[in-house]
Design a protein. Sequence first.
Lengths: 732, 473
Amino acid sequence: MSSEFNVRRMRLFVPSGVLFCLAFFIVGASAQENIDAAPVIISEANSTRALTAAPKTRKLDQNARVFSPGGKTRITVFVTGVELLPGEGATAFRADATDGRYSRYPLQIVSLAPTPERPWVYALTFRLHAGMGDVGDVLLRVAWRGMASNRVRIAVGHEGGGLKDDPGAVPTPMPDTPVTFGQTDAPGLPYTGDRVRFMHQATFGANPTLENQLRRLGLSTWISQQMETKRDAGNAIRYSTFPMPNPPLMADLNPTCTMNAVCNRDNYTMYPLQNWFFREALYGEDQQLRRRVSWALHQIFVVSGREIVQPSRMAPYIKVLDKHAFGNFRSLLEDMTLNPAMGIYLDMANSTRQNPNENYAREIMQLFSIGLDMLNQDGTPKLDAQGNRIPSYDQNTVNGFTKVFTGWRLCATPANCPGSVTGTRNFKDPMEIIAANHDNTEKQLLNYPGAISTIPAGQTAEQDLQAALDNVFNHPNVAPFISKLLIQQLVTSNPTPAYVRRVADVFSDDAGGGVERGNLAKVIRAILLDPEARGNNKTDPDYGHLKEPVIYATNFLRALNPTANTGAAATCNGLSEGAINGITSLLDQDVFNPPSVFNYYPMDYSIPNTNLAAPEFAIMTTGTALKRPNLIHQMIGPGTGGATGIGINNIQGITCGTRVTLTRYQNLATADPTGTLLVETLNRELLNGSMSPDVRTQMMNAVQAVASTNALRRTQTALYLLLTSSQYQVQR
Amino acid sequence: MTDRREFLKTSCAALTMTALATQMRHFGLINALAQNENVDGGGDGGNYKALVCVFLSGGNDSNNTVVPNYDAGYAQYSAARTAQGLAIPRANLLPISPPAMNGDAYGLHPSMTDLHTLWNQGKLAVVTNVGTLMQPLTRAQYQSGASRPMQLFSHSDQVDQFKTAISNYRSAIGWGGRLSDRTAAQNPGAAIPMISQISTGANVFTVGNTSTPLIVAPAPTPLNQVLALNGFIAGNAEDTARRSAMNNIRAANLDYSMTQAASVITQQAINVSTQLSTDPVLTATFPNTTLGNQLRQVAKLMKFRTQLNMSRQVFYVQLGGFDTHSSQLNQHATLWTQVSQALKAFYDETVAQGIAEDVTTFTMSDFNRTLNPAGAGSGAGSDHAWGGHHFVMGGSVLGGNFYGKPTSNGSIFPTLVNAGPDDAETRGRIIPTVSVEQYAATLARWFGLSPADIPLVFPNINAFGGSDLGFMM
């Protein structure tokens, strides 16, 4: 494949020794350390028009500068400045072209191969978009690991027309020596773009303590430290920084408590767990990563407090997520299956041989493990000969798993159930089997190469369960399905297939020979340290994801030195961090109360009129969009600020809830009357240094409209603008 | 892959650097138009029409909302459900006599007293055995593997197929959105998006190729407070500068897809907030329930139809809780009390506004549930199934009757027997005889969709006999 191109002839067109005008530097032995490497599309020597080769003639043909419109046309361009990992190829790249009317067309990449005489130059072949007519010049861009290339011209239909070149664009002719492009990382500096992005991906947000820690330890060591098993004074394993609420199991109805607002709140709503959750998110520094991963897993293995009602019933479910966040996926699947809250939520606890219920059988496959369609290891759907997706199971499979899960109930046999409390239903102990209610006929399971796809009649319920969970766990979809969901939760809504594959390979332990499939600690590490996640300033236009309300709120609170009002109990009815849930639920994210098993937002939601996955946008609507700036206004001002339960202490003296402190930034506003220090610091610490010049100009205009003597209002103005911007609301 | 093609045809217009600017100009233009219209009265001029979709989320058990009330029919129903405790006692049914059923009596769920009143007034019709289909299908054909919708019995897929009216591939565009796209020309000068939904997060029903929905909070939030941007004092120079910077920052970095999407949505909310500056007063009293408050907000938006210059509107409201795998009887009764009361209040308000003939309200749901109960006793519920009955309400509905297509027994009401002639399998998953497309197209035609455009909004309509079920005047 790699000898397709007549590189000898190519040389005729490329004066050797031409230097790139961009800031290239020679690749040294440590080139892979450059986390900001970006691809460069090679142009003609004296223009920004792409250097192209015609795949049919297999020759670089400078005369064929015009390509016919239509989805069948293939074009080959040359890309350099990238260093590929083993196995990294076409699926690591995205390409698009923009025409003179600013219509941006995604392009399908057909192949990528190094050129034989210049192995640092890759021939990239793509197909034109079927919807592009005779539009003339378009600007072509490729993106790799979240980094966009320069844009070069390609003529479609005819030459000329189209958009102007990007500002500062220069010819990028064929190099005769290896080059790469980008800035060097500056590991010693505080708040590098990469570190700030990492904090937003791996934790509930950047703050000075964490930043300091990461700068000292490096990302990898910090991950190891967070994944360490922590123990309390009694040497018991501890999964959270603060003690988890442990309210008693209550009867289904307790009229006395129902009449008492505080009793009802603490025993029949998710309030104590929400309070604890936000406390962990804001202050639980030694469990940030576990908490963030557990939160992501909650949004895959959804159970809703709307149906479970009591926090005492929900807490054991959260403990399962916490326990296995860095454990093995198979163990997580098993503990989740037998968890009583899940049992009630998806009806496995009521499913018997006589009256089977399909709910859990269906959702364990659709949502918790393999999804509806057969997947490739890179997360893309497998297609049949007609180009249709291939269902991963059918009703027979659902019927088989339904039988498997019959006979279990909430633990009620005293000998088996240490958590039993008279007069309450037992949500503390795993469910128990009633053998007489189990369907022990033969069962159809998932069928795939290597699967044990039937269970013979006559096995015990426990044997059936183990066989069925093994059958699910070993399905080839599990690695890409779960890996992609976790990437979407932590890093980006639209990972390249290559990224999904790198993580899925870790999940299925291909490198380790399959010794430990489903090691979530390794999966999380692979997600966070992947080159597509790392880098100072991502420029791929489709990179990133919208911050869901919980992440949005905790991100900005952590940056502003939040403090809980511990003295609030008497005057504020005990409200403290739980008040934050009052805010996120206004934004359609009521913690531990998702509206359905499809999470707070469906993971397959896409931006209207595009094929871009954008799950969090399902709850970013005209109805909630203005609540985000209004929340910032309520918290930060200027002008007003503060309300019941949440406020800022250096202006309003609010005594309830969580308060923020602006002093640190205010001091910067005082120190520099131009406002530059304030705006630049906010840019570095909150926006990973990605603020564009036009946004900076706007920020400076608004800041300077406030008298320099009013440092507080300058700070409020700058923070309001930054925190309400789409640029901040989207994690890139 | 077809979904991809559908996207590709339409994506380019949306994903451009100028999209927001275009959208801003678009809104600027229509704001100006709306103001002009207000000067000379504008308004519906007797040409107002609205469709209101009430989505019963989770899969309503319509086996218990429309029940045979003649001896042989009730006996079949009872045989399938009474032993496990899921049948409604015959004496409790609210009796109806649909002329289409040739003398066989039927009954509505006992909680539907208000809807029963509307039925008796001829304002409520039932469309029988509606569901997702790729083609008409018999039990024999189904069991020999004939084409059926993707992922039958799965919530997310069946919900999407009901909302897109497309069952053979995944579409990101809903039929409410496509209908709005195609009838936008009948709504010139609209000051707010033609399609709106109340309170629920984004859903595919309201997404069009060119239409995007307005999403507002339900009552009791006053209409002039549903979309307000706080914290800017008019005339304050610092605030003016901050507001100006905020607007300009929103127009920056639009070449980043996610940033652009967030900015477009925020911009849309700001544009609409300037239009909804007062809170109208309604005549009818709405129940203070989830659905009541959503429909109340719909009625308020309708009351503004003249000043917003709306002549065509599509609304979406939703009530959850219908996924009654267990303890169904109590839950279902509570739910239908709520639905029945809210719909009646809404109908009364349209009468008060003089638009009862111009507003048609209809139900959709994930699917019907299994005739065969799940569990037994007071905990009995039912599982995911297929074809179910739906309600259509309004002054232009030919009410007091059933509409549908013949089932295996020749009537338009299926045979309620597990593993019977209308069951796809063994637990009473009834194969639909009316496709979602036919149900929706009948509504869309009344709304003003031209016959030529029907196949564009419902691409698979020609697989079925007829696109008009006859329940609309």
